[in-house]
Design a protein around this ligand. Sequence first.
Ligand SMILES: Nc1ncnc2c1ncn2[C@@H]1O[C@H](COP(=O)(O)OP(=O)(O)OP(=O)(O)O)[C@@H](O)[C@H]1O
Length: 636
Amino acid sequence: MATTEKPFDRAALEQLCTKRFFFAPAFAIYGGVAGFYDYGPTGCALMNNIISVWRNHFVLEEEMLELDTTVMNTYDVLKTSGHVDKFADWMCKDLKNGEIFRADHLVEAVLEARLQGDREARAAKEGAAAVDAAKQAGEAVKKDKKKKKKGTVVAVELPDEERKAYEEILAQIDNYGGPELAQLITKYNIRSPESGNELSMPQEFNLMFESQIGPTGQLKGFLRPETAQGQFLNFKKLLEFNNDKMPFASAQVGRAFRNEISPRSGLLRVREFTMAEIEHYVDPNNKNHHAFQDMKDVVITLLSKDVQLQGKTQTVEMSIGEAVEKKIIDNQTLGYFMGRIYQFLLKIGIKREKLRFRQHMDNEMAHYACDCWDAEIKTSYGWIECVGCADRSAYDLTVHSVRTKEKLVVREQLAEPRTVEKWQVEINKKTFGPKYKKNAKAVEEAILAYTDECFAELEKELTSKGTALVEADGQKFEVTKDDVTVKLGTVTEHVREYTPNVIEPSFGIGRILYSLLEHSWWVREDDEARNVLSFPALVAPFKVCVLPLSGNAEFEPLVKKFSRALRQNGVSTRTDDSKASIGRRYSRNDELGIPYAITVDFQTVQDNTVTLRERDSTKQIRDTFENILKIIKEAQ
Ligand SMILES: Nc1ncnc2c1ncn2[C@@H]1O[C@H](COP(=O)(O)OP(=O)(O)OP(=O)(O)O)[C@@H](O)[C@H]1O
């Protein structure tokens, strides 16, 4: 057995995925629409197994409260959460042929292609120098018959400064918003890659799919872009269900929808996908985790924001304990979940050396987050974010509470009453209404939702300048000290009331599944090249294939009996009684990633023994069916 070390052949893997019906473009017979895929029986079984491991690993082992909330969300909910105003990406347009690009992806692709062109030009120059030297030394020189790479890569050497600038930009590409991307497009003369045409400047595009609820058309809704909001809206009931005990977590697996600007990377960027999300509610004054001791020695690979801001991509290997102690990871709970994510991904078969955690830079962070680490997996498309692990602070519960007047807080009885300083705010209704008219309510709500830091800032500005700016409904409003009074006062408390912070690990199951396909795929060089998908048995779409050696009628009842016995023992099976040779059928199993094959032959009819073949090693053993069943169950 020998594995190939050739460059990754994505087209061959895609062909395999289609042939064995892992997934395929949706509406294909109608020509398909970018960003929509259907999963076939194999992909569906693989996805369900990944989700099942996820449920055991998180919901069961961590005692989480699982929910199933609606996919359709109302305008009000998503307006309040900030998605209506801020859940957007930047797009630009080829000014001649109208092709649309996501602006940051376009800048990234063009600069990467230029760097690749630079590498090729320099390699060619070195090659030419070597040829000259060889000619001078009188050696015969072989012609390099390698074809030039097609596409947008042009072998042009870059000045050192430009090369360095590109590398620095790429290291922090996620940090740029529309205006910065516009500057880069102008400064580096970035054009439409295929046509070379000029591009429009980036414009914001909201990613939510809009809909109407009911026949009147008056109630606007959106397909949810994440499963989180449904969990926040149920916080009060969840806390009660948990006997008012903190901390705790809710979890949900379900579909999410994002109208991606230009989905071009298969399953990695789609418009409808399955997410698995956890919302862990924690006391903002104590983000320690009770099981941190078990996690502190786990070593993970980290790429911090400081390194990226220096234009670099060097990672460090560090224990979670050390990273939390040095404040690289903000707190124990965030660290604990990063460790659990890491363990989960390894358990389902993601390769350790192709897994890292990258910290978000400040501009990159979603509108609700205060610290965020992405679990990124290396694939042939580069490093891909597969799990986001964000500290969403108290953002969501606060804004929903302010909007609905429903208290989404934890009340904790204090052993001793205490005197605390609290910001007190008075809105001058007399000036507010006439001044802000239809926006008065939104401006008031925005102020009432302020955190302590924001109140302190507001008070400072009103005292020093007499005015301050308040953001509400995506606009800025000037308020004066006649409109609002903010002061710090003292109150005696018997109960501590606080809005929990939320640590959110958010998994994209499709991205994880595709990465797993890449990490599991290899080619066995026997008499011919044969594909193998080495999934761990835990997630393999089917665990056992039962095969009759030939079409002999005596084998059929035994095949049926063994398959049934396996399934009754919770082992999923597939039967392959096609006419193909046994070798060809084994190869087919390997392509489906089935870890074991049981073969029924003439000896089975005599003594009830079968052969068990293991997919990766192709080793075979013979034993009674009952013993083989035991081995398989233990290996699951
Ligand atoms: N269009 C998509 N297709 C498939 N999976 C997605 C898509 N968008 C997000 N995900 C998955 O959902 C997870 C959580 O979503 P999150 O909002 O953090 O992603 P994101 O930061 O918007 O992703 P990106 O920056 O790649 O667009 C991601 O880690 C990813 O696995």
